[in-house]
Design a protein around this ligand. Structure first.
Ligand SMILES: Cc1cc2nc3c(=O)[nH]c(=O)nc-3n(C[C@H](O)[C@H](O)[C@H](O)COP(=O)(O)OP(=O)(O)OC[C@H]3O[C@@H](n4cnc5c(N)ncnc54)[C@H](O)[C@@H]3O)c2cc1C
Length: 472
């Protein structure tokens, strides 16, 4: 029986796609079994699929590329890693599955830098100054379409080999080292050989393929920080602003209290950017992520109905981001797991190579309202340091990571995942990887003091002595 999806049932539907069953008691929702409606079909069916069989897959493929440093994932962390490594003159390749780099900041539609934008280091400074040249940034708010151009040009200027529309698929390992990554692009299945690999996929795809230890979500049930969809409306004459949601479709929101958490920004002249919260899906699970995208577009039109019809805003739907915004995927367990207690203490580390300057922005994983895991009085924290050990995969010999898949607990990630610290982490691992390939040493033999010195010479600050509490 397919259920009518009201808000409570929506949360329950989401829960079905979560690889856990103990979420269901949380949702002691009244179950309204209403008449079957084609338009309410739960995406991908009511239950996650189980394997029906297994097979061995063997194939000889060309090793088409060879690099010193192989960066997988071209979000802000991956771009910063590739750019920082290439500054040493080593051979760098960057693998990105989409048509543009920037990750959440471009394809995810996020258009602001949170945390301190000062003294992040030369890669971030170059991004800021290029956005300024393009007249595409005001304070920390930028034009995310222009950022896509700025990032591709920065990568090319530094001689980085960029492969777009190329998805990382698998790793080949020898004696505990990753030797090649298997890629799938439009030319087919190929491999890249490298000395050091950097996982900046957000979901820890490389580490998961290598079967290294990863963690996700909150400890009790694995629920991740909620996703959010970014969509955009354009302003029209009021008589052109009739309801775009056809009658009988979805469940138009008619009362304010039924809105999910909805944030509205100006998006330049005659346009707004809108963010709606879509909790309880798993970004590391194909079916759950599919369901999240489908559910998000439905919610978007339901919220849009509220704005058009109830609030009578003269808005027309323009477009939504090509991918739902993902705050948390899979965190790779490193030689050290950064904890929320480290952040609260503004802890300094001997091997500090990056810095975090944003509050504990941890939204409750099982609610679509503006609710936090912690009490609001506990969200402010001092600036804190990020150690190199939390950027080295504990189970590997040559895998580094940066950005939202680094080694941290969920609450530490809720702060450190933002673009500024993701860029700093990327810069630090890019430097580490380049030093390792130049010296022929393993990544653990590289002195964190040396990395830190280079981070600072390149304009990055690791200063956490400020007594100021960090707020958004
Ligand atoms: C809704 C939302 C709002 C946010 N708001 C802000 C904000 O206002 N300010 C702020 O600073 N931060 C914000 N953040 C956080 C921030 O945007 C991200 O955490 C940060 O950009 C993470 O960067 P990243 O490079 O680690 O990951 P991502 O940006 O996710 O980049 C990962 C990249 O890897 C690629 N990739 C993934 N898997 C593969 C694969 N198998 N093969 C090849 N490529 C792959 C992806 O396509 C992507 O380009 C927000 C996040 C969300 C979801």
């Amino acid at each position: 029986m397919i259920k009518y999806i009201n808000r409570r049932d929506y949360l329950k539907t989401a829960g079905m796609f979560f690889a856990t069953t103990n979420i269901l008691p949380i949702l002691a929702a009244e179950e309204k079994e209403l008449k079957q409606s084609e338009k309410d079909i739960i995406p991908s069916g009511p239950e996650p699929s189980k394997p029906i069989d297994s097979l061995e897959w063997n194939r000889t493929i060309p090793v088409k590329y060879n690099a010193d440093v192989v960066v997988i994932g071209g979000g802000i962390a991956g771009v910063s890693a590739a750019a920082a490594a290439a500054k040493f003159g080593v051979k760098v390749i960057l693998i990105e599955r989409f048509a543009v780099t920037g990750g959440m900041l471009t394809t995810g539609g996020v258009a602001s830098f949170c945390g301190s934008i000062d003294k992040q280091g030369e890669v971030f400074d170059e991004i800021l100054s290029e956005l300024t040249v393009w007249k595409a940034i005001k304070k920390n708010i930028f034009d995310h379409e222009i950022l896509a151009i700025v990032l591709q040009e920065l990568l090319l200027r530094r001689g980085i080999k960029l492969l777009l529309h190329t998805r990382f698929v698998d790793v080949v390992q020898k004696d505990g080292r990753i030797t090649e990554c298997v890629l799938a692009g439009k030319s087919g299945v190929e491999a890249v050989r490298g000395k050091v690999f950097i996982d900046c996929t957000g979901e820890g795809d490389v580490a998961r393929a290598a079967k290294y230890t990863t963690i996700k979500g909150r400890p009790e049930d694995g629920l991740q920080l909620p996703m959010s969809l970014m969509y955009f409306v354009r302003h029209v004459e009021s008589n052109d602003a009739e309801s775009q949601l056809p009658e009988g479709w979805f469940h138009p929101i008619k009362q304010k209290e039924n809105l999910p958490m909805t944030s509205i920004w100006s998006n330049g002249p005659r346009s707004n950017a809108i963010k709606i919260k879509i909790p309880m899906f798993d970004s590391t699970d194909t079916e759950s992520l599919t369901a999240a995208e489908i559910q998000a577009r439905r919610r978007m039109m339901e919220v849009h109905y509220y704005h058009q019809v109830v609030e009578k805003r003269p808005w027309k739907y323009d477009h939504c981001s090509p991918i739902i915004g993902i705050r948390e995927g899979c965190r790779i367990v490193g030689d050290y797991v950064l904890t929320v207690d480290d952040l609260r203490a503004g802890r300094k580390f001997n091997d500090a190579v990056a810095r975090g300057t944003y509050y504990l922005d941890g939204h409750k994983p099982d609610d679509d309202k503006r609710t936090y895991i912690l009490d609001k009085s506990q969200l402010k924290i001092p600036p804190y340091q990020i150690p190199l050990r939390s950027l080295i995969a504990k189970d590997g010999k040559n895998l580094l990571m940066a950005g939202r898949c680094f080694s941290a607990d969920q609450l530490a990630l809720s702060s450190a995942r933002v673009s500024t610290s993701s860029s700093m982490m990327g810069q630090a691992v890019g430097i580490t990887a380049a030093l390792a390939t130049i010296s022929g040493q393993g990544v653990r033999e590289i002195s964190a003091t040396e990395v830190r010195k280079i981070v600072e010479e390149r304009g990055g600050s690791l200063d956490v002595t400020s007594n100021e509490k960090v707020w958004g």
